[in-house]
Design a protein around this ligand. Sequence first.
Ligand SMILES: Cc1ncc(COP(=O)(O)O)c(C=O)c1O
Length: 443
Amino acid sequence: MSGKNSISRRQFVAGASGLMLAGAVGAAEEKKTAPTPSSPLAIDGGEKAVKTSPASQPRWGEPERKQLDAMLQQDSLFYWGGPQTKLLTERFQEFCPVKHVQTCSSGTAAIHIAVAAAGIGLGDEVITSPITDIGSVIGVLYQQAVPVFADLGAGTHNLDPADVERRITPKTKAIIAVHLTGNPCDLDALKTLADRHKLILIEDCAQAWGARYRGRPIGSIGHIGCFSLQDSKHITCGDGGVVGSSDERFGPLLQKYADKGGNRTKWGGFDGFATNYRMSEPQAAVAAAQLTRLEAIAAKRSRLGNLLTEKIADLPCLIPHEVHPEDRAVYWFYMFRLRPKSLKCGRSEFVKALVAEGVHCSGGYIKVPLYGEPVFQNHGFFAGRWPVKEMGLTTMDFTKHKCPNAESLLAEGIRVYTYEYMTEEYILEVAAAIRKVATHFAA
Ligand SMILES: Cc1ncc(COP(=O)(O)O)c(C=O)c1O
């Protein structure tokens, strides 16, 4: 995960006893009834609520080995015409049915390619979320366009369409909808806004492999969908990305904006300007094999996250991770939010108590909203300068930018780590721990 205070899978395992408790979720649930307010917290010497320690499982094995062996029979590892790239593309299209697909070197690259294919340039405004990886906006800035951050829904952690609408100006050209943590954005509302204002809707699906919006695969609903294959994502090849579109205005341009600005299907020289964002065959081989694991990973994470919500939703001191009942969220992580007025303690005390109970969690996500990062506060993107501002093409002042709900989310949110190897029994114990700590600190 990209948050500074996150733990890796390996650290999670190191902290676990390795004991795998199989099945018997129903029985475990029976035992894990809400502790009475008098049961002492583990941090005060009481018994831990979490006793289960699910062991990590290998993320790669036979499917990846087989694909890499096949790749070693090839006499070229270049993407163009490469069998691994072709396989990855076909498998990608099986779960995300878009007509044009381009593999690339990262999720950041996928978004830059999308933004370039959308024709976004000098002084254009692109509205997006302030709570995301900086890779969501790097491409916008490289196109000499201006990211405009809109506020988020209190429990969804995704763009609030009403605030997006308030921030639309004649310069707005696109919306980048970040499906944060794998929870689908309100795509109907964003698509309606995009249509009404003639904007391009780009989906940032980096954290949302396998998520579904009203039954439809995310990445196939906006005009362009972007995915990351970076190591922490649901599936990975170390680093990589995929960008796809069924829109004939943008889809045919994706390849050239991933490959130095030249169209390899119908060579006409470099008629576009782009950097080299190509993905090579070894990465494509691993990613193609990883895609065979996706459905199981997505289904499991979805089940675990929803189970946690079901077990803590009645607690008055918190807002659970809000997912639309017809959507499938794939919980890159689970984030609930505290209601400070309902508690006698602060967030850090709450987190410390949960950790002592055996819950793998931490406070917040990224340290500050993106506009709070020094590079934004200093408007220092290009050798310490920002040409569009110096040229008078934007009045954007990130020192004055405010998204109150996003800021409170970072102060009040608690991130619970969810991995596909975790058991329902573990999640039930996590829920019991949250209930125990919440009951103890209730105002
Ligand atoms: C929401 C989001 N967008 C974009 C990116 C950028 O992806 P990459 O790290 O592959 O460049 C990430 C990566 O963490 C992400 O989480």
